[in-house]
Structure formats: structure tokens, C-alpha cells
Design a protein. Sequence first.
Length: 528
Amino acid sequence: MGWLTGSLGRVARGIAIVWTVLRHGLDELVLTSFNRPTLHLLARVLFFGRRTDAPRGQRLREALEQLGPIFVKFGQVLSTRRDLLPADIADELARLQDRVPPFPSEIAIASIERAFKRPLNEIFVSFEHTPVASASIAQVHFATLRDSSGRLRDVAVKVLRPNMLPAIDKDLSLMRMMAGWVEWLSADGKRLKPREVVAEFDKYLHDELDLIHEAASAAQLRRNMAGLDLVLIPEMFWDYCHTDVMVMERMRGVPISQVQRLRDAGVDIRKLARDGVTLFFTQVFRDGFFHADMHPGNIQVSLDPATFGRYISLDFGIVGTLTEVDKDYLAQNFIAFFRRDYKRVAQLHIESGWVPTNTRVDELESAIRTVCEPYFDRPLKEISLGMVLLRLFQTSRRFHVEIQPQLVLLQKTLLNIEGLGRELDPELDLWRTAKPFLEKWMQDQVGPQRLLEQFKAEAPRYAQLLPELPRLLHDYLSRTHGGDQRALLELLREQKRTNKLLQSLVYGGMGFVLGLVVMVFVVRMTVH
């Protein structure tokens, strides 16, 4: 019976989705790439006389808003895939905001009490029933609690919307089904990769549904940014964090969008813009761990005298990560761009395997130069990173460049940074601000200090493996056929004779490094 009820529910939801699609005239948007004449005829018969005056992007955005929070979030994620969407649709989807009606505070309180198995008045000294913010996944209430030392702390309580997981799984199941239809029916189905987009959305959304995951991401960013003095990230109260509820330090600041208010308070707006670029490149290239949802609603500026002019970051449901290989590749690309070395950019694309190995370097170099050259030495007000990216994506399709999923969030964040910089200081030269940072980062990656750190990190492992070399070599050679046993025994004896010497060298090197560290420490202590 439950199976039947669930099936009927999915059918009803499917009908509601189809009706919304037809009502907003999205059949035209979908059917334009279909090469099935019968579908076009059916659409004309069913939808005769319907007005579709609004632009297609606007109609798509309004349909997603009507379908509910999950589809709003899907539209937001989809807006980051400018490699897959026409520019007008991507721009319209980027306007989707997490401004959805709040759910009743009684439901939020019930979720909190269920999570911590205590009445609300035993958890918080005070609790504001009216939410301060409401988004597609959760809403936030202000409260006061007494911490373990007895101090009263002002906190923000983030509560997940009720019954989100079943609703999400049901809608995702329908999305996967529709993606399959689009891939089968559309002439551009393979290029658009609809199933890949839905899978990407599935991952982001399930990460956001676990508030413990978000709290851990916030804690990591707070630790990474601790010594930078450019951004404030709320402290997590781990005793009050649950998959459905997250309690964090309450942050007080002015929304970044209120630029005039910040100017009136004496904030250096140009410095704020430069600091935003520094934050982005530090998180991406130094840490490989970055806030990937940096729209204005998630950024404030502190006016507190102790932290005046610093950024305040909020909402850590979406973070991006990069491997060392990704960071190195991106840094080399950025530096090559800044130096206008388009040949190196083309070579990097071929070396990385992003384009077929038979691609002509000179042709790819010429295409990249055509896209990027017009934008150098211009202030940000005259540059659209979105347009640059769009043209690069058009070029990438021509050269069959493989889109890298791990860089989608980076692209989204870069567009957020562009919007932020344009709002704060249209005269900001993004290229010149970022170039010194990246060059220093590259020097740190290949310099002697980096080599010393790698040696210190790997030396214990080498010392552990060294005594095992004779046995490993014996096992390997004994499995070979037709080998000279006498030569093997002589080789093993020689290895044993040199083994102690090598160990001494390794441990001696470790001792030398340790000695240097101790010496530097003593000198610093003496000086200070």
C-alpha cells in the first residue's frame, strides 16, 4: 500500500511539474532542439492561443520559483554551468535568490527539541520566534545560550526545512527521468549532459542537507583564515550541532550590498575590493578549500572597532576543494594569462589532456588570444568575466575541451567575485591585483623552503621503508625466471652492506633539519 501511495505521489508531482512547464511556455524552450516532428505538432494542438511574450529565461526562472525550493536551488546550480547554457538563460537563472517564505516557528522549535531531546527553554536562555532569514534549504533564528563556562553567548540557529530529504529524493528521481528524456529526444542531448548536471546537483544538495557537514566546513575555513585578518567566520558550538540544526556565533555586520552605508561609516571601499580578491585567491591557491557561495546575501562587513572593515562570511553549505594538481594547473594558467603567454596556455591544455593530443598548438593559441587580449589593461567596469568565460567556453567546444567538474564551483565563485568587485570598486584592476599573489604562490611552490618541508614530511616514511628494501628486492627477483642466482645473492649482500650507511644518512639528515629548526627557535626566543 505504501508503495502504491508513493507511486501515486510521484505521478501527481510529475503532472504538477508538466503543467507548470506548459503554463510558462517552456515547451518551446525544450522542443526547439528536438528533431521529432510529432512533438512539435502535438505542442501546437495542445497550446493553441497561449501567450509567451516574456523572454524564455524569465519564464524558466518563474517556473522554477513556482515549483518550489528544490527547483530554485537547481536553477541556482544550473546557472553556474555557462558552458552548457545560452547566455540569456544563465543570466536570468543567476537572479534566483533564496528568498522563500519561512516555515512556521513552531515547526522549527519542534525540530530543535527533537534534535537535542530537551525543551527549548532548557537549551536557550532566549529564542526569537521570527526568523531573521529564510532560504530554500533552511531558515535562521537568533537566540542566546549559556556556554560551558557560564557565559551568555548570542548565537544564530540554523534549522533545516521539515521533510526535505523525502521531497528532494522524489524531485531528484523525476529530474533524472526527465534528464534521460532530454538526452534521448534532443539533438544536443549529449553535449548538454543533462544527467551529469542532475548528478552534480544531487551531490551539492545532499551536502547542504547535512548541517554537521556545513559546520565542519565553516570550522575548516575559520582555521584557514585565522592569521589573515581579512575575514570573520562564526565559531561553531559543537554541543549544539546536529544534522538538522546548527548553532553558531551570531555575527553583526552590514550587508556588503549596502555600499553607501559602509562609505558613511568610514570603510575604505577600494581596500575592501582588493581584500576580496586576496581572500579568493588565498582560499583557492593556498588552501585549495574555498567558500563557493559568495553572493551578496552571504557577505557582510564588520563595523565593530576591533574588527572594523573586515569581511564576515556566512552560509557554508557549498564549499569547493582543489587538489595540488588542480591548484598547480590553474596557477600556471593564470600566470600565463597575466603574462599574455597564450602559447603556454594552449600547451597546458594539451599537456593536461583537456584537449585531444592532435590539437594544433598554434590554432588553440590564436583562439585564446582572440578571446582574452581585448580585456587586458582595463578596469573591472569595462570587463565582464562572465563574457570572457562564455567566449572561452565557446572556444572550448570548438576544440573539444573536456569540462572539468571540479572547476565548476570555482567558475561560479569567480563570477561572484566579479560581481562583488564591480559593486565595490569598478576601477579595480583584477589582473594586476591577482598577479603578484599568484607569482609569490608559484615561487613558494618550487622554492627551497617548499623542498625542505617536503623532505621533512617524507623523511620518516623513507626511513621506515629503507630496512625493507632487501626483502622487497629478494621477493621481486625470486619471482623472475632464468635469473642469475649468484648475481642475486651478491646484490643482496651489497645491499645489506650499504643499508646501514643509507639509514645513517637519512637519520643524519633528519637530525640536521631538526637542529636547524631548534636553532632558529632559540635565536627567535633570544631576540624577542
